[in-house]
Design a protein around this ligand. Structure first.
Ligand SMILES: Cc1ncc(COP(=O)(O)O)c(C=O)c1O
Length: 391
């Protein structure tokens, strides 16, 4: 039985929301239904709202520590949710996971080195590499029957001495693929053999539909743990992105020292006053809320999959193992990526993420955020249907 109400639409306009208030400036239209950037239109668990309100009520927001109970909540969560034993000293900090990706590039590579990414993938994997003057090397995923898999032959063919890092999206965004242990083992062995450090971005790991199906890369073996860093955060899971709090788990002392040197060099190690209390409350008391969110999002996914199959068969919603981000194949519309973008904005009046920004293999796809009330998904579906049918 669902305890939480996600059907009631909460007005997010005039709340400084990137997704809602920022859409007009970014996309250049007023009438857009925003189903793009990955945050939820849902209120956080009550315990989180209360913890933040208590802190706000205290009224003093000086320099802030991370308490023992904060670390304990992370360790407990990783153990119970992902069967991964994490030690306190492994837990490093970063305001966001994207910041951590950039720090990792700075810590583990030199200008001119190469970083492997597996598109279609979350676009900051490319931008954090390029912004730091390193070279992106694509190892594209292969899609078959709606599931992505890794191409290890292609990967091996692209390795040379200047490849220093591989950014793994585990689970994958977009595509929602939960990687199997066997796939991760093969990947990890290749990286170990060639001296390539693995950055495993596991920000979506709590959003798997089958509990226990996510395999933390570092949990597979001590050798993998010693050759990787794992990016975790409560931000996607509990809708806390605005609190800028993530935890980067680095078991190897040498890799940790290099990462922390970059954190210090950039002077970004200190938390804000609200992130730690919200994180602790979420990891300690947020599990039921998360179960309800995952049920609700799967209902939205079923709705949109069935609706398009019946009414807009040119659009195919790929099956997801995880995340609230539907990945929709629009190639049957036979539009260029630019035409597709204009079509969704000017004719369907919905703001989506365009597949082309996720790199090779993303062209012809769009990503739709389903972490919103069913009525919004229904409205978007109807607008898209009407736009496709009027062509
Ligand atoms: C794979 C992945 N990593 C990182 C992020 C963002 O992380 P942060 O907001 O902590 O920088 C996202 C957000 O969508 C994501 O999908």
């Amino acid at each position: 039985m669902m305890k939480h109400d996600f059907d009631t639409v909460i007005d997010r306009m005039k709340s400084s929301s990137v997704k809602w208030d920022g859409a007009e400036g970014l996309f250049g239209a007023k009438d857009l239904l925003p189903l793009w950037v990955a945050d939820m239109d849902f209120k956080v668990p009550e315990a989180v709202a209360e913890a933040v309100a208590k802190k706000a009520g205290h009224g003093i927001f000086g320099y802030t520590t991370r308490d023992d109970s904060y670390y304990e909540s992370i360790i407990r969560w990783m153990k119970t949710r992902h069967n991964w034993t994490v030690e306190r000293e492994w837990i490093c900090h970063s305001p966001g996971v994207v910041t951590a990706l950039s720090l990792a590039v700075q810590a583990y590579t030199e200008p001119g080195d190469k970083v492997i990414v597996q598109p279609p993938v979350y676009y900051p994997f490319m931008s954090t590499t390029e912004n730091n003057g390193r070279e992106v090397v694509f190892n594209p995923l292969k899609e078959s029957d709606g599931r992505y898999s890794m191409d290890f032959d292609d990967l091996k063919s692209k390795l040379d001495k200047s490849v220093k890092l591989l950014m793994l999206c585990n689970p994958q965004n977009p595509g929602g693929t939960v990687w199997k242990k066997q796939e991760l083992e093969t990947l990890g062995d290749i990286c170990l053999e060639h001296g390539i450090v693995v950055i495993s971005d596991e920000i979506h790991s709590d959003l798997v539909f089958e509990q226990g199906s996510h395999v933390p890369f570092a949990s597979i073996s001590d050798r993998f743990a010693a050759n990787s860093i794992t990016c975790t955060a409560p931000s996607k899971t509990f809708n806390l992105a605005g609190l800028q709090t993530s935890n980067i788990i680095i078991p190897d002392a040498g890799l940790r020292e290099k990462f922390e040197a970059e954190t210090n060099r950039n002077a970004i190690g200190m938390p804000n006053s609200f992130g730690p209390v919200a994180t602790e409350a979420a990891y300690t008391e947020g599990e039921e809320w998360l179960a309800d969110v995952l049920d609700y999002v799967q209902g939205n996914l079923q709705f949109i999959t069935k609706y398009f199959a019946e009414h807009v068969p040119a659009l195919k919603v790929l099956p997801l193992d995880a995340t609230y981000l539907a990945w929709i194949d629009c190639r049957e519309l036979a539009m260029t990526p630019e035409e597709l973008e204009t079509f969704f904005l000017s004719e369907a009046h919905v703001a989506l993420n365009q597949g082309k920004v996720f790199g090779p293999g993303g062209e012809g796809f769009v990503r739709m955020n389903l972490a919103c009330s069913r009525s919004i998904v229904e409205k978007a579906a109807e607008q898209i249907r009407s736009a496709v049918n009027s062509r």
